[in-house]
Design a protein around this ligand. Structure first.
Ligand code: SF4
Ligand code: SF4
Length: 309
């Protein structure tokens, strides 16, 4: 049986995805220029992997030779919980409160791809969640899943920006969605709220200044200039998304139970300082927090404590 947009949407929703869009697998132009400009300015900080595989980022035909379409998927992870406000509790970015989303989404993607292949065995695909040489945000925008907000996250009118993006590249042709307009308008709430001025221009984030980068991917010490600006974030930072009117008005509770966990919403600073490698490995084995490593999380705690001195 031939696959249609409707079948893909129905199957994707049955697998738990909230948003589905389709785009033709054409070469990216402006998006790559913006990436190169961002790299030239050194805004990738220590994320040198962003400099690699530009040919693949530019043209998905270098990833899947017979690529015809991109299916962009969004999965809402918003769970309505607040932080305690306790100074001894380091705050964790919302996406990392429970099990690693890579594991959860990978499973859903495999299920979806298998089901589509069962319907039509000529369906070929390659899929990614966050990792891989794919301009996932650009494809989400091209396929009408949302628009790129000035904080550089994709925003959807129905869900705000609290959703993960997954991308399927396929040899199959579909009817293509139209990109939706940019609804940021004159708003600058995220630029004003960012405590470290990391949104250096609308749509441009300098990772060297971003708490998300500084607390997770960063392998170096956190520069003293950011002392007292971290607002107790120990892993990631959600400030620019929290203040966004689209999230304030439209964030809605996720229907995926996997994202109801708040096990790691806050981390006790003393517990982290006293934690050994074995305990860290066991506690965060299935959590995105393990990416920062124990040494990184401890450095973050020491930095927060320094601000109190
Ligand atoms: S994540 Fe935090 S530090 Fe980074 S741009 Fe947003 S508000 Fe600024
Ligand atoms: S806070 Fe305002 S400017 Fe920033 S992403 Fe949201 S709508 Fe756009």
């Amino acid at each position: 049986m031939k696959l249609t947009n409707e079948i893909v949407i129905q199957k994707a929703k049955a697998c738990g995805f909230d948003l589905v869009g389709f785009a033709a697998a054409s070469e990216l132009g402006d998006e790559i220029k913006r990436l190169q400009d961002w790299l030239e300015r050194g805004y990738q900080a220590g994320m040198s992997y962003m400099e690699k595989n530009i040919d693949k980022r530019k043209d998905v035909l270098n990833v899947l030779q017979n690529a015809r379409s991109i299916i962009s998927l969004g999965l809402n992870y918003f769970h309505n919980e607040n932080f305690s406000g306790n100074n001894e509790a380091g705050k964790v970015s919302r996406y990392a409160w429970g099990k690693d989303y890579h594991l959860i989404i990978r499973e859903k993607l495999s299920l979806l791809e298998n089901e589509l292949k069962e319907i039509d065995e000529t369906f070929e695909s390659k899929s990614y969640v966050d990792t891989g040489p794919i301009m996932d945000k650009s494809w989400a925008v091209k396929s009408g899943v949302g628009w790129l907000g000035k904080h550089s996250n994709v925003i959807n009118k129905e869900f705000g920006s609290w959703f993960f993006i997954a991308t399927i590249i396929t040899n199959y042709e579909f009817a293509y969605s139209s990109p939706i307009p940019d609804f940021c308008g004159k708003c600058t709430a995220c630029l004003e709220a960012c405590p470290t001025d990391a949104i250096v221009n609308p749509y441009v984030v300098d990772a060297n200044k971003c708490i998300s980068y500084l607390t997770i991917e960063n392998k170096k010490e956190i520069p003293d200039e950011f002392k007292e600006k971290f607002d107790n974030w120990i892993f990631g930072c959600d400030i620019c998304q929290v203040v966004c009117p689209w999230n304030i008005k439209f964030a809605q509770e996720t229907s995926s139970e996997e994202f109801h966990s708040v096990e790691n919403k806050e981390l006790n600073l003393k517990d982290i300082i006293n934690m050994g490698e074995e305990e860290f490995k066991i506690r965060f084995n299935n959590s995105p927090i393990k990416r920062a490593k124990l040494s990184g999380i401890k450095r973050n705690v020491i930095f927060l404590k320094k601000a109190e001195d």
